[in-house]
Design a protein around this ligand. Structure first.
Ligand code: ZN
Length: 219
Protein backbone atom coordinates (compact mmCIF):
# COMPACT_ATOMS: atom_id res chain seq x y z
CA UNK A 1 0.00 0.00 0.00
CA UNK A 2 2.95 2.30 0.65
CA UNK A 3 3.80 2.20 -3.07
CA UNK A 4 0.30 3.50 -3.90
CA UNK A 5 0.49 6.37 -1.42
CA UNK A 6 3.97 7.29 -2.60
CA UNK A 7 2.59 7.19 -6.13
CA UNK A 8 -0.28 9.48 -5.18
CA UNK A 9 2.13 11.97 -3.62
CA UNK A 10 4.17 11.88 -6.82
CA UNK A 11 0.98 12.43 -8.84
CA UNK A 12 0.13 15.49 -6.75
CA UNK A 13 3.62 16.86 -7.05
CA UNK A 14 4.37 16.10 -10.70
CA UNK A 15 1.53 14.80 -12.90
CA UNK A 16 -1.28 17.00 -11.58
CA UNK A 17 0.52 20.38 -11.92
CA UNK A 18 1.23 19.53 -15.58
CA UNK A 19 -2.51 19.18 -16.19
CA UNK A 20 -4.14 21.87 -14.07
CA UNK A 21 -6.03 23.35 -17.03
CA UNK A 22 -7.19 19.91 -18.14
CA UNK A 23 -8.45 18.97 -14.69
CA UNK A 24 -10.13 22.35 -14.26
CA UNK A 25 -12.00 21.72 -17.51
CA UNK A 26 -12.80 18.13 -16.51
CA UNK A 27 -14.02 19.13 -13.06
CA UNK A 28 -17.61 19.46 -14.25
CA UNK A 29 -17.78 17.67 -17.60
CA UNK A 30 -16.57 14.70 -19.60
CA UNK A 31 -16.76 13.92 -23.31
CA UNK A 32 -14.90 10.66 -23.85
CA UNK A 33 -14.98 9.52 -27.45
CA UNK A 34 -14.31 5.87 -26.76
CA UNK A 35 -15.69 3.13 -24.56
CA UNK A 36 -12.77 0.78 -23.88
CA UNK A 37 -13.71 -2.66 -22.56
CA UNK A 38 -10.89 -4.86 -21.38
CA UNK A 39 -9.81 -7.42 -18.80
CA UNK A 40 -9.09 -6.56 -15.17
CA UNK A 41 -5.61 -8.03 -15.62
CA UNK A 42 -3.03 -5.77 -13.96
CA UNK A 43 -0.79 -5.91 -17.00
CA UNK A 44 -3.32 -4.32 -19.33
CA UNK A 45 -3.42 -0.53 -18.88
CA UNK A 46 -5.77 1.10 -21.42
CA UNK A 47 -4.55 4.67 -20.98
CA UNK A 48 -0.90 3.64 -21.24
CA UNK A 49 -1.49 1.38 -24.22
CA UNK A 50 -3.40 4.05 -26.13
CA UNK A 51 -1.57 7.07 -24.69
CA UNK A 52 -4.79 8.77 -23.68
CA UNK A 53 -5.22 11.47 -21.06
CA UNK A 54 -7.92 11.68 -18.35
CA UNK A 55 -11.33 12.34 -19.85
CA UNK A 56 -10.66 10.50 -23.10
CA UNK A 57 -11.51 6.87 -22.33
CA UNK A 58 -14.64 5.53 -20.64
CA UNK A 59 -13.53 2.16 -19.31
CA UNK A 60 -15.17 -1.11 -18.33
CA UNK A 61 -12.91 -3.81 -16.90
CA UNK A 62 -13.79 -7.28 -15.72
CA UNK A 63 -12.45 -10.82 -15.79
CA UNK A 64 -12.22 -11.76 -19.47
CA UNK A 65 -13.40 -8.46 -21.02
CA UNK A 66 -16.92 -9.80 -21.14
CA UNK A 67 -20.12 -8.04 -22.18
CA UNK A 68 -23.17 -10.11 -21.25
CA UNK A 69 -25.89 -10.12 -23.88
CA UNK A 70 -28.74 -7.75 -23.13
CA UNK A 71 -31.34 -9.32 -20.87
CA UNK A 72 -34.43 -8.31 -18.89
CA UNK A 73 -32.19 -8.13 -15.81
CA UNK A 74 -29.24 -6.01 -16.91
CA UNK A 75 -26.20 -5.74 -14.66
CA UNK A 76 -23.37 -3.31 -14.21
CA UNK A 77 -21.75 -3.89 -17.58
CA UNK A 78 -25.03 -3.37 -19.43
CA UNK A 79 -25.77 -0.18 -17.49
CA UNK A 80 -22.31 1.20 -18.19
CA UNK A 81 -22.53 0.41 -21.91
CA UNK A 82 -25.92 2.10 -22.06
CA UNK A 83 -24.66 5.22 -20.27
CA UNK A 84 -21.55 5.45 -22.47
CA UNK A 85 -23.52 5.12 -25.70
CA UNK A 86 -26.86 6.79 -24.96
CA UNK A 87 -25.71 9.59 -22.64
CA UNK A 88 -22.03 10.25 -23.36
CA UNK A 89 -22.42 9.46 -27.05
CA UNK A 90 -19.16 7.60 -27.54
CA UNK A 91 -18.44 7.05 -31.23
CA UNK A 92 -16.16 4.04 -30.82
CA UNK A 93 -16.16 0.92 -28.67
CA UNK A 94 -13.03 -1.20 -28.31
CA UNK A 95 -13.24 -4.70 -26.84
CA UNK A 96 -9.68 -5.63 -25.97
CA UNK A 97 -8.54 -9.13 -25.01
CA UNK A 98 -4.94 -9.93 -24.16
CA UNK A 99 -2.23 -12.59 -24.17
CA UNK A 100 -1.87 -14.94 -21.19
CA UNK A 101 -5.42 -14.15 -20.03
CA UNK A 102 -6.20 -16.20 -16.92
CA UNK A 103 -9.92 -16.23 -17.63
CA UNK A 104 -9.51 -17.45 -21.21
CA UNK A 105 -6.91 -19.99 -20.13
CA UNK A 106 -9.40 -21.43 -17.64
CA UNK A 107 -12.07 -21.67 -20.34
CA UNK A 108 -9.76 -23.09 -23.01
CA UNK A 109 -8.30 -25.71 -20.71
CA UNK A 110 -11.69 -26.54 -19.13
CA UNK A 111 -10.21 -26.10 -15.67
CA UNK A 112 -12.34 -27.16 -12.74
CA UNK A 113 -13.79 -24.04 -11.17
CA UNK A 114 -15.99 -25.62 -8.49
CA UNK A 115 -14.13 -23.54 -5.89
CA UNK A 116 -14.81 -20.33 -7.87
CA UNK A 117 -18.58 -20.34 -8.40
CA UNK A 118 -18.80 -16.64 -9.28
CA UNK A 119 -16.00 -16.86 -11.82
CA UNK A 120 -17.48 -20.03 -13.23
CA UNK A 121 -20.87 -18.42 -13.70
CA UNK A 122 -19.41 -15.24 -15.19
CA UNK A 123 -17.35 -17.15 -17.75
CA UNK A 124 -20.49 -18.80 -19.11
CA UNK A 125 -20.82 -15.60 -21.15
CA UNK A 126 -17.94 -16.98 -23.22
CA UNK A 127 -19.82 -20.16 -24.13
CA UNK A 128 -20.37 -19.35 -27.82
CA UNK A 129 -16.65 -18.66 -28.23
CA UNK A 130 -15.75 -21.79 -26.30
CA UNK A 131 -17.77 -24.16 -28.48
CA UNK A 132 -16.20 -22.72 -31.63
CA UNK A 133 -12.72 -22.97 -30.16
CA UNK A 134 -13.36 -26.55 -29.04
CA UNK A 135 -14.48 -27.49 -32.56
CA UNK A 136 -11.08 -26.59 -33.98
CA UNK A 137 -7.73 -28.31 -33.78
CA UNK A 138 -4.85 -26.42 -32.18
CA UNK A 139 -1.11 -27.04 -32.43
CA UNK A 140 -0.68 -26.94 -28.64
CA UNK A 141 -2.19 -25.61 -25.43
CA UNK A 142 -0.76 -22.12 -25.93
CA UNK A 143 -2.26 -21.91 -29.42
CA UNK A 144 -5.61 -23.02 -28.02
CA UNK A 145 -5.58 -20.25 -25.40
CA UNK A 146 -4.50 -17.68 -27.96
CA UNK A 147 -7.35 -18.74 -30.23
CA UNK A 148 -9.80 -18.61 -27.31
CA UNK A 149 -8.75 -15.02 -26.55
CA UNK A 150 -9.58 -14.06 -30.14
CA UNK A 151 -12.85 -16.02 -30.33
CA UNK A 152 -13.91 -14.38 -27.08
CA UNK A 153 -13.36 -10.90 -28.50
CA UNK A 154 -15.51 -11.90 -31.49
CA UNK A 155 -18.20 -13.31 -29.17
CA UNK A 156 -18.28 -10.20 -26.98
CA UNK A 157 -18.57 -7.99 -30.07
CA UNK A 158 -21.66 -10.04 -30.94
CA UNK A 159 -22.99 -9.80 -27.40
CA UNK A 160 -22.67 -6.02 -27.24
CA UNK A 161 -24.76 -5.73 -30.40
CA UNK A 162 -27.74 -7.18 -28.53
CA UNK A 163 -27.87 -3.97 -26.46
CA UNK A 164 -30.59 -1.57 -27.63
CA UNK A 165 -28.45 1.54 -27.14
CA UNK A 166 -25.69 0.05 -29.29
CA UNK A 167 -28.07 -1.07 -32.03
CA UNK A 168 -29.72 2.35 -32.15
CA UNK A 169 -26.38 4.15 -32.42
CA UNK A 170 -25.31 1.77 -35.17
CA UNK A 171 -28.58 2.31 -37.01
CA UNK A 172 -27.93 6.04 -36.89
CA UNK A 173 -24.41 5.49 -38.21
CA UNK A 174 -22.84 6.88 -35.07
CA UNK A 175 -20.87 3.96 -33.68
CA UNK A 176 -18.01 1.74 -34.81
CA UNK A 177 -16.85 -1.38 -32.95
CA UNK A 178 -13.27 -2.61 -32.68
CA UNK A 179 -11.90 -5.96 -31.52
CA UNK A 180 -8.32 -5.89 -30.27
CA UNK A 181 -5.92 -8.40 -28.76
CA UNK A 182 -3.00 -6.90 -26.85
CA UNK A 183 0.23 -8.86 -26.51
CA UNK A 184 1.85 -8.13 -23.16
CA UNK A 185 5.37 -9.21 -24.06
CA UNK A 186 5.70 -7.38 -27.37
CA UNK A 187 3.36 -4.43 -26.76
CA UNK A 188 1.65 -5.13 -30.08
CA UNK A 189 -2.06 -5.15 -30.89
CA UNK A 190 -3.92 -7.29 -33.40
CA UNK A 191 -7.27 -5.95 -34.59
CA UNK A 192 -10.25 -7.79 -36.03
CA UNK A 193 -10.89 -6.85 -39.65
CA UNK A 194 -14.54 -6.58 -40.71
CA UNK A 195 -13.90 -7.78 -44.24
CA UNK A 196 -11.56 -10.73 -43.79
CA UNK A 197 -12.83 -11.67 -40.30
CA UNK A 198 -9.20 -12.16 -39.29
CA UNK A 199 -6.92 -10.36 -36.85
CA UNK A 200 -4.33 -8.05 -38.39
CA UNK A 201 -1.41 -6.14 -36.86
CA UNK A 202 -2.83 -2.74 -35.95
CA UNK A 203 0.53 -1.06 -36.56
CA UNK A 204 0.44 -2.19 -40.19
CA UNK A 205 -3.32 -1.78 -40.65
CA UNK A 206 -4.26 1.22 -38.50
CA UNK A 207 -7.73 1.57 -40.07
CA UNK A 208 -8.82 -1.94 -39.11
CA UNK A 209 -12.38 -1.97 -37.77
CA UNK A 210 -14.49 -4.93 -36.64
CA UNK A 211 -18.00 -3.56 -37.22
CA UNK A 212 -18.58 -0.41 -39.21
CA UNK A 213 -21.74 1.53 -38.61
CA UNK A 214 -23.95 1.91 -41.66
CA UNK A 215 -22.96 5.51 -42.33
CA UNK A 216 -19.23 4.86 -42.20
CA UNK A 217 -19.53 1.78 -44.37
CA UNK A 218 -21.40 3.78 -46.98
CA UNK A 219 -18.88 6.61 -46.88
ZN1 ZN B 1 -7.46 -11.42 -18.82
Amino acid sequence: MKALIDGFLKFQKEAFPQRTDLFKHLATTQHPGTLFITCSDSRVVPELLTQQEPGELFVIRNAGNIVPSYSPHPGGVSATVEYAVAVLGVTDIVICGHSDCGAMTAVAQCKCMDHLPAVSGWLQHTESAKVINESRTHANDAAKVSSMVRENVIAQLANIQTHPSVRLAQEKGLLNLYGWVYDIETGSVEALDANSRSFKPLAEYPNTCAVYSKAVEAA
